[in-house]
Design a protein. Structure first.
Length: 351
């Protein structure tokens, strides 16, 4: 490192800043230092030695509820991880994707410096272990506990706005396509009484938001056709949408995730049912697929969630963390998949 500093005509600290991706030097100066290092054959500081000195291993865990295959199918998870790696201090840090069900998790074996939990269950032994051992941990979406820093949205309020959009347009025969209510739950119809006992916090809050909207517009939530997918992938959404179409005549579909709303659009297209002329569809998340489908949706700041959680985790790792709760804003994005129901007056108003 001294040879690089001498050849580049900079201080030893500047070379150190370059390799630690510090904002204390400009990108151009960093590039110049790397170029000179390459010319003299210097490949960078000894990572293992640096880890031993700092007491860190240079890795952060991202803990997910589902299997890794399902997590990679979920566009929301991918956008969150994009936000995590956009934090400059994590640019050269390894991300370890791990299922929460893994008993011998790298998190508790000391192979990561901290953990971001994405949409974990309300209660789980692994979460208790992380808290008990004082491992730096931040929760995104769930669990929402005063024992962990938290980043999320007001799912219930956002879902109320989602359902209200269709109700305001005049829809009354509405189907709900929902992600699973409990871990390991089978796909199929469900009733209102199942929602309060749901262990998946985000889905429970969104469904309660739908019921709030129904109450506001004087509509019985018992009239909703509700279908549980059992998964957060295209295939489960397609099967749920196919089942919904056999359960009664509807004019609108509300989905708790964009991936399921997009699957419903695919099913409706195959069935030669026009959108939004015959059936309106609205999703939730603001994932890239919603823009591709020109879909009306509730947009949440998925990438910003990842960035915020990563920043909070870094502070914890550095010993400056706190049990903060951050709630980010959402917005209704109206596109081409929602309209007034067929042969229905738009003069309906809220109570």
């Amino acid at each position: 490192m001294k040879d690089v500093a001498a050849a580049a005509g900079v201080s030893l600290a500047a070379v150190s800043y370059a390799y630690s991706n510090s904002p204390k030097i400009s990108p151009q100066r960093r590039a110049d230092i790397f170029a000179i290092a390459g010319q003299i054959g210097y490949t960078g500081p000894n990572i293992m030695g640096s880890s031993l000195r700092s007491g860190r291993v240079g890795a952060v865990g991202v803990m997910v509820t589902d299997s890794l295959v399902h997590a990679l199918d979920d566009p929301s998870s991918m956008m969150l991880m994009k936000g995590i790696v956009e934090i400059g201090e994590l640019a050269d840090v390894a991300l370890t994707l791990m299922p929460i069900t893994e008993l011998n998790s790298p998190a508790i074996r000391g192979l990561v410096d901290g953990v971001v939990i994405h949409n974990g269950p309300t209660k789980h032994p692994m979460i208790d272990t992380l808290i008990e051992r004082g491992i730096p941990t931040v929760s995104i979406d769930s669990p929402k506990t005063n024992k962990l820093p938290f980043v999320g949205i007001d799912d219930r309020k956002a879902a109320c706005a989602q359902m209200s959009h269709l109700l305001e347009l005049g829809h009354r025969r509405i189907a709900v396509i929902s992600d699973r209510l409990c871990a390991g739950a089978d796909p199929g119809p469900f009733q209102l009484e199942h929602v309060q006992n749901a262990t998946e916090r985000v889905v429970r809050e969104r469904l309660l938001g739908y019921f709030d909207a129904c109450d506001r517009y004087g509509v019985s939530a018992h009239d909703l056709i509700m279908e549980e997918t059992g998964g957060i992938d295209r295939g489960s959404g397609i099967r749920a949408a196919e089942r919904v179409l056999t359960r009664g005549e509807i004019t609108g579909i509300v989905a708790t995730a964009d991936v399921h709303a997009a699957a419903a659009l695919e099913v409706l297209s195959r069935a030669k049912i026009t959108v939004p002329e015959e059936i309106s569809v609205i999703g939730f998340d603001g994932a890239p697929i919603s823009e591709l489908c020109r879909m009306t949706t509730i947009r949440q700041p998925l990438v910003e969630k990842g960035r915020t959680a990563a920043s909070m985790l870094l502070k914890q790792i550095q010993g400056n963390g706190s049990r903060r709760r951050i709630t980010l804003d959402t917005e209704l994005v109206v596109r081409e998949t929602t309209a007034h129901p067929p042969a229905t007056s738009s003069s309906l108003r809220r109570r």
